[in-house]
Structure formats: C-alpha cells, structure tokens
Design a protein around this ligand. Structure first.
Ligand code: URA
Ligand code: SF4
Length: 190
C-alpha cells in the first residue's frame, strides 16, 4: 500500500491501460481524506477529463445536490472517486481490462481512507465492488456488508437525468444512507 503522495504521483503519470492515450487529465479523486463516506462512480466524462476532477458536469451538479440533501459535501465529509481514472472515449463503459488495470488505485484509496460506508454510483461500480450479478433497478438502496464496510448503490446521476422517474426512489435511498450514517459514522455529522 502506497501513501497518498506516492499513490497520487504514480496515478497521475499512469500508462497501465489504453485510456492513457486519449485522456487530458487523470481524475484521481477529491474530498477529505478522513471521510467516513466514499462515493464511487464509473469513470470521468468530458468535463471531468478537461478539469481533472470527478463529477463536475451536469451529472456532477445533480450528485452534489443529492448529497446536500443529506448534509454530505465533497468539501466537508465525502470522498468522491471513480472505478477508472481516465476518460473512456465517447463515454463508453470502461472495459473489464481497463477496470482491472485501474482498480488498484481505488483499492489503495479505500485502504487509506478506511470508509465506514461506500456508495456505488450506478451499476458499473456496484457490479465490481458489491457483487458481479448486481441489478441496479432491483437492488439500489439495499445494504451489503463487505469486510466491515457498509455498501449500497444509487442510480447513476446521469441515469437520473435521463429518466427523472428514478428521483423518488433515489430520495428514499438517500434517506437510508442518512440513517446508516447516523448508525455507523462518528464524525460525518459532527
Ligand atoms: N460520471 C462518472 O461516473 N464519474 C464522473 O466523474 C463523472 C461522470
Ligand atoms: Fe492508468 Fe487507470 Fe488511467 Fe488506465 S484508466 S491509464 S490504469 S490511471
């Protein structure tokens, strides 16, 4: 396991998969490194690739609004990262080979942060981090425990933008996250 400085240094110059060819910026992740809650998306989109920060486009704005409903913010108490750190061309799903090449960085981030709660944003991260047969339409908002970490998944913000009928379910899921935070976190709502 690398410390933050070495991990970020290696990640920012990474050439371990083909996405290195087309990226503008590596999107390492953002938020307090003592966060008890992590959000894990899929991979950078266009705006993220240009700015080097996760979830800064329209979906990112929605994510920030969703998190704010339960008093979470990247400035304060939630760390936000992605499964792959470089943008897949035309926003296609990251290939398994790309995820395999990249996941070590995320695992190292999780090992450094030691979150109490991991929120997967969308099916790609839920499949990889919760279970291979995860069904987002059926299992969003449900809780899974892995190595003492409480894990759940929300619809991806981009999917909510495409289909606003997912909003009420997501609101319920967010309230469930708020309750879980009150149960297992010590300083998120301090
Ligand atoms: N979608 C993601 O999954 N991650 C981002 O950082 C932006 C959009
Ligand atoms: Fe390296 Fe991950 Fe970027 Fe691939 S996506 S080049 S593994 S940082």
């Amino acid at each position: 396991m690398l410390d933050w400085e070495e991990l970020e240094r290696q990640c920012l110059s990474c050439q371990k998969c083909g996405l290195a060819e087309t990226r503008h910026h590596v999107v390492f992740g953002t938020g307090p490194r003592d966060a008890e809650v992590m959000c894990i998306g899929e991979g950078p989109g266009e705006h993220e690739d240009l700015q080097g920060l996760p979830f800064v486009g329209r979906g990112g704005q929605l994510l920030d609004e969703m998190l704010e409903l339960i008093d979470l913010s990247r400035d304060k108490n939630v760390y936000i990262a992605n499964m792959v750190k470089c943008r897949p061309p035309h926003n296609r799903d990251p290939l398994n080979t790309e995820q395999d090449a990249c996941i070590g960085y995320l695992r190292n981030q999780v090992a450094l942060i030691r979150p109490k709660i991991i929120i997967c944003l969308g099916r790609i991260s839920a499949i990889r981090l919760i279970k291979p047969d995860f069904k987002i339409t059926k299992e969003h908002g449900q809780w899974f425990e892995k190595s003492g970490v409480h894990m759940t998944a929300l619809f991806h913000p981009a999917a909510i933008l495409r289909d606003p009928s997912r909003r009420p379910d997501t609101f319920v899921d967010l309230k469930g996250i708020q309750a879980k935070i009150r149960e297992v976190c010590t300083h998120t709502y301090r």
